[in-house]
Write a protein that binds this ligand. Structure first.
Ligand SMILES: [Zn+2]
Length: 214
């Protein structure tokens, strides 16, 4: 399978959550283990809750591709990648199963203990590559996996502009500048909206604020 060695100055700080986006577990498993696929990940969680450890997290897997978060480039260097079995938006996007959340929660606890990863650093592929990726998507429910990403945020002023909120969420300046609409769409997925578009209305502004600060 595909992997690289982690450089000494690049330690694991993030967990990136994905979906497999393939029609079944077998094809996802084969792809993630195939050296010619140019992708890999550390863990794969099936719909019946089995956790497959495909690669040791001390090695770098190739799950994120071209990506940015805050001021960091290429998140593969700093992250553990977890794939959740789901057909994805192109093959019949499904709710994640309860047992998948249970397994994910266990795995996150294990990783948190080993790498001291904070809740705020458990992020989505769509956050770090908003121009290319939709996963894990709007059906992924953070609370079911026990993730409380923004619990430490404290507002210091009453009104933030959308650009400021995008920055606080964690998007890189490059994505905010070049792919603002795609960033808005990624936030809507994070908010579990049923209808995903780039419209900014009063409800979205207040939901976005509440996501970050409440
Ligand atoms: Zn992904």
């Amino acid at each position: 399978m595909n992997y690289s060695f982690r450089k000494k100055n690049k330690i694991v700080k993030y967990i990136v959550i994905h979906y497999t986006g393939m029609k079944n577990l077998k094809s996802a498993y084969s792809k993630l283990n195939n050296i010619n696929s140019n992708v890999s990940c550390h863990y794969l969680i099936s719909r019946i809750g089995i956790i497959y450890n495909l690669l040791c997290p001390s090695l770098k897997s190739w799950h994120a591709g071209k990506s940015q978060w805050k001021n960091i480039l290429n998140l593969n260097d700093y992250s553990v990648g977890i794939e959740l079995e789901n057909n994805g938006h192109d093959h019949g996007y499904k709710d994640f199963t309860n047992i998948q959340y249970v397994s994910l929660k266990k795995l996150l606890n294990f990783l948190n203990k080993n790498f001291y990863i904070k809740h705020q650093d458990i992020i989505f592929h769509s956050d770090i590559s908003p121009n290319r990726k939709k996963d894990p998507g709007e059906k992924f429910l953070n609370h079911k996996a026990g993730i409380n990403r923004f619990k430490n945020n404290i507002p210091n002023k009453k009104r933030y502009s959308i650009l400021e909120l995008l920055k606080i969420y964690g998007f890189s300046n490059f994505y905010i500048k070049k792919y603002k609409s795609e960033c808005i769409i990624a936030v809507k997925r994070s908010l579990n909206y049923k209808v995903i578009n780039n419209k900014i209305d009063f409800k979205f502004r207040s939901d976005f604020y509440n996501l970050l600060f409440k």
